[in-house]
Design a protein around this ligand. Structure first.
Ligand code: PRP
Ligand code: URA
Length: 360
């Protein structure tokens, strides 16, 4: 385990003592300052530690200032951080079990060093309980991706147990290409059910063998399913199982591995794409560059009603899509923690295209 630690001047002495204490427990510590007890502004230390935690450069953080308040405010402004200001071991335990806190904040002027050591040990040794607490923490993550209330309602986390179960299998690095493909197709079918929930119906009458039934059918809506190549191909078949009359379009986009910028190389769309309700599919929403570019492509060709369906989304990708296309609903089976330095979703499922087609 690697811990990022930081303090302002008021927390300097406690930081030094905790650093030595953590070292004696065999824990690797990355010290972000302050370097001495001379005046240091807590945001200058708090932000780098919080960003290191959010970016998975360290596993967890410990921040210390006089009361703990300043560091808490700073750390909790960084998406992906859940910083807990803790004054006793019981709250330390709860902050991990219930809130999956990833930064411990201590007030050096209100907490003794002995208590701080006990609190830190409990914090680092306690795991997240999951279950109902996961649902709540997921809602915190969703809240981080939006600027306004309206954005929140545009992100649909599909947490049906069947989808979550299959997604766990898809994430597993030991799942081979064939099973991966089958599972992605099955999840896509289940997601199609959610995505089409608002299709309009019209009343008809049907003659049954016994009498006349007042019934309903989908009111002639024209649907288009658009796959972002390559990985979006894996979702088409599953979607078509529920929406067999949909027309299918393809947009070829890949990410430049160095710049992570989307590069488009192919496009074949139904001619009446502007008149259709479009479901854009791609298993991964990472930086959001590919999805943002694909949506722009569709809008430039007249599309006005687009839903984006992914299996795993990063907060960064959700934010980019919402910033550029606030009208687009995003359906995802999971919102993961963050991106790594190569733009891959953490923990994600790896490279979706390669896993689908066995190219690595
Ligand atoms: C993957 C994935 C998305 C894109 C997501 O495709 O299928 O299209 O990355 O990343 P972004 O949100 O940062 O743009 P990739 O570029 O690997 O191409 P491939 O499917 O052809 O392998
Ligand atoms: N593309 C993928 O296939 N996986 C990621 O994690 C990010 C982009």
């Amino acid at each position: 385990m690697k811990i990022g630690i930081g303090s302002d001047h008021a927390g300097f002495e406690m930081k030094e003592s905790l650093k030595a204490y953590l070292g004696s427990l065999g824990i690797e510590v990355l010290d972000f300052g302050a370097e001495s007890a001379e005046a240091a502004d807590y945001p200058d230390i708090g932000y780098p530690v919080a960003k290191a935690v959010a970016g998975s450069k360290v596993d967890m953080g410990v921040l210390i200032c006089g009361s703990g308040i300043g560091m808490s405010i700073v750390a909790n402004k960084v998406p992906g951080v859940r910083a807990a200001l803790v004054g006793n071991p019981e709250v330390a335990r709860l902050s991990r079990e219930h809130n999956n806190a990833n930064i411990l904040v201590l007030g050096a002027r209100v907490t003794s060093l002995d208590d701080a050591k006990t609190i830190t040990k409990v914090f680092l040794e306690t795991g997240f309980a999951g279950g109902r607490h996961k649902r709540r923490v997921d809602k915190i993550v969703m809240g981080e991706t939006r600027k306004e209330e309206a954005c929140m309602s545009k992100v649909h986390l599909i947490d049906h147990p069947l989808i979550q179960h299959k997604l766990s299998l898809v994430r597993d690095k030991n799942t081979g290409s064939k099973d991966f493909r089958d599972l992605v197709a099955e999840i896509s079918t289940l997601m199609a059910y959610e995505v089409t929930r608002d299709l309009p119906l019209e009343k008809i009458q049907v003659e049954t063998p016994i009498g006349t039934a007042d019934a309903q059918v989908i009111s002639g809506k024209k649907v288009g399913i658009i796959a972002v190549l390559r990985a979006g191909l894996g979702m088409i078949e599953g979607m078509l199982r529920l929406i067999p009359t949909a027309k299918v379009g393809h947009i070829g986009i890949y990410r430049d591995p160095d710049t992570l910028q989307p590069i488009d190389y192919y496009c074949k769309l139904p001619p009446d794409v502007g008149e259709r309700d479009l479901i854009l599919v791609d298993p991964m929403l990472a930086t959001g560059g590919s999805a943002t570019s694909a949506i722009r492509f569709l809008k430039d060709r007249g599309a006005t009603n687009i839903k984006l369906v992914v299996l795993v989304a990063a907060p960064e990708g959700i934010k980019m899509v919402q910033d550029n296309h606030p009208d687009v609903d995003i359906y995802t089976a999971a919102i993961d923690k963050c991106l790594n330095s190569h733009g891959y979703i953490v923990p994600g499922l790896g490279d979706a295209g390669d896993r689908l087609f066995g190219t690595k």
